[in-house]
Ligand binder design. Structure first.
Ligand code: SF4
Length: 232
């Protein structure tokens, strides 16, 4: 791990502490060991936990993305879902609506859900950054680092058994790897005690139809694992 990455992680850890969130990074850096999941105790109300985090996010100006956002796109879905999707960041439609995946990529995601027999309302969906990057550019590493504590807290509260990272930014951020998404996708990872799989972002499929087949293959793997724990 190079120095700049470690510095980024240290800044992230400092923000975690500032927000009063658990800090999984410094112990990892210091002990070089994967920590146990700090799971939400069973019976905890995910909705109230998420509402509390949402209040923390409101008005956030911790990174430059706050300057041009219309709304903070926090996340949506079952607050106690077993399956959680993590995308990159809001686009123009999401910035207008305040909800993730409502634009063309979201409509494609809905069709994939439908084909896989997964209801949108039974999963939780969030993004790595909660504010729209201008012109839909990629989020910068410092913007991701600033926003990551919110995503980690969402994951902790929703407590999904399975996470699907949509696109390279979600995959690389959660896995802390720089490999291209084409190399990361389609296999299971252990992510702090949860199962994690990555696939291409739906927007990539809109630009390049050749991604649709691998996305569908990945969703079948995901669907089978999810239905094993949540039968119809
Ligand atoms: S992207 Fe995240 S860290 Fe940056 S201003 Fe928005 S909520 Fe805050």
């Amino acid at each position: 791990m190079n120095g700049s990455v470690i510095e980024l992680l240290r800044r992230y850890a400092a923000q975690q502490r500032e927000f009063g969130f658990p800090d999984p990074i410094l112990p990892r850096l210091e002990a070089r060991a994967r920590p146990e999941v700090n799971a939400t105790p069973s019976g905890t109300d995910g909705a109230s936990g998420l509402a509390e985090v949402r209040r923390t996010v409101d008005g956030c100006a911790r990174c430059p993305l706050h300057a041009r956002r219309k709304t903070i796109v926090f996340g949506i879905g079952d607050p106690n879902a077993d399956l959680m999707f993590v995308g990159e960041g809001p686009g123009a439609d999401e910035d207008d609506a305040g909800e993730p995946f409502v634009g063309p990529a979201g409509k494609l995601l809905d069709r994939i859900f439908e084909a896989a027999g997964i209801a949108r309302g039974e999963v939780y969906i969030a993004n790595v950054v909660k504010c729209r990057p201008p012109q839909n550019r990629d989020p910068e590493p410092d913007e991701i680092a600033a926003c990551l504590p919110f995503l980690r807290k969402q994951i902790e509260i929703v407590n999904p058994k399975i996470i699907c990272a949509l696109g390279k930014h979600a995959a690389q951020t959660l896995l802390e790897r720089a490999d291209p998404i084409g190399r990361l996708r389609g296999v299971w990872y252990d992510w702090e005690g949860r199962r994690l799989i990555c696939t291409y972002h739906p927007s990539a499929c809109l630009h390049n139809a050749s991604y649709k087949r691998p996305v569908w293959e990945d969703f079948q793997i995901l669907r089978d694992a999810y239905r094993a724990i949540r039968p119809l």
